[in-house]
Design a protein around this ligand. Structure first.
Ligand code: SF4
Length: 357
């Protein structure tokens, strides 16, 4: 018999006692999210898996491949990121890749089973001269029949529309963490900058890919706070990448006490419950989690992974390892017949960070 139950009704600002609060729905949500985190592990996973089954085939995983199209030399100061110019890491700077190399990488990703190809560039934001070659890449990749995604930093007025026009399906811009912890990690751009870029992405009619990083020294309440920010977007992001910090020597967050892997599973479970219709993606740090923890994450509601040997600049399980794990778990890859049409309802803008760790 369960020792404790707590059910969350998405899009309903109810507290854990079922009372609707109109005065401060955000804080109620945080309390609700913290209460979910605090559930006994099996209870939380049961609720998350039940929610997952109600919205998705629990045996299917969406596969995205991420390529760094411009690496290093970034002027920002994200404390986790080896691509920041100010930190001394082993990352080698790489200018924007030529179109033919990007097309070759996308074709190889498609042949391995990926359905979405994401391009990451270490910029504060693209200048117009940067954006134009990226638009050509988007057109070419869409021509291969892949969904397209890009993470290029902050967007200025009009840039999201150009990306949409070229055929970009998703724009990634992460919130990274809760507003209360954000200043501990990044100082060169603020939370509102991220929300403004996300607002432009929504306004242009693109899908939003937005998540964050855990294991940066934040509290459980702050992990809950990140998920609440994401869930309170209207609509929530279609894709929610959850990164497990990969600590890179030379970055300020190197040496941070590691997060308990079971707390990472809890984070996935709460994300699934709060955002039942979103794809929840295991992103950076999968290699460190190992097969058993990843299997628990899939049970808890993760249904997307970054697939390929490299995740921008850090190691990722190689494709054959992932295929073997999926076979052991009886998971199959989600197929897409055609990229989505990008039809959108209006929304409230709510966050970039490259998935750069
Ligand atoms: S996460 Fe992105 S914006 Fe931040 S330092 Fe790294 S490349 Fe630059």
């Amino acid at each position: 018999m369960p020792t404790q139950t707590l059910s969350f009704h998405p899009r309903n600002h109810s507290s854990s006692h079922g009372e609707v609060s109109s005065s401060n729905p955000i804080s109620t949500h945080i309390d609700t999210a913290v209460a979910l985190f605090d559930l006994p592990f099996n209870e939380l996973l049961f609720q998350a898996h039940t929610m997952h089954r109600a919205h998705f085939d629990p045996n299917q995983i969406q596969l995205s491949t991420l390529l760094s199209i411009k690496t290093g030399g970034c002027p920002e100061d994200c404390g986790y990121c080896p691509q920041a110019a100010r930190y001394h890491t082993d990352v080698e700077k790489q200018a924007l890749l030529p179109l033919n190399e990007v097309i070759a990488a996308a074709s190889a990703a498609k042949a391995r089973g990926a359905t979405r190809f994401c391009m990451g560039a270490a910029w504060r934001g693209p200048k117009q001269k940067d954006l134009e070659p990226v638009l050509d890449m988007v057109r070419a990749i869409r021509g291969l029949g892949l969904e397209t995604c890009a993470t290029l930093g902050m967007l200025k007025e009009g840039q999201a529309e150009q990306l949409k026009e070229a055929g970009l399906d998703y724009y990634n811009h992460n919130l990274d963490t809760a507003p209360e912890f954000y200043g501990e990690v990044i100082t060169t751009r603020d939370y509102q900058d991220r929300l403004d870029t996300l607002g432009r992405v929504r306004q242009a009619g693109m899908h939003v890919c937005c998540g964050g990083i855990v294991g940066m020294g934040e509290s459980r309440r702050q992990r809950a706070g990140l998920l609440v920010q994401l869930a309170n977007m209207n609509p929530p992001p279609e894709s929610v990448p959850i990164n497990n910090l990969v600590q890179v020597e030379g970055t300020p967050l190197y040496g941070t006490p590691a997060l308990d892997p079971l707390e990472f599973v809890r984070t996935i479970a709460v994300a699934r419950i709060l955002m039942p219709s979103s794809y929840v993606r295991l992103s950076a740090g999968r290699r460190e989690l190992g097969d058993g923890i990843q299997a628990l994450c899939f049970f808890a509601g993760a249904n997307s992974i970054f697939y390929g040997d490299k995740l921008l600049t850090t190691d990722n399980p190689d494709a054959t390892e992932d295929q073997a794990l999926m076979a052991r778990l009886g998971l199959s890859a989600t197929h897409v017949d055609a990229p989505p049409t990008n039809e959108h309802t209006s929304c409230t803008p709510h966050a970039h960070a490259c998935t750069a760790n």
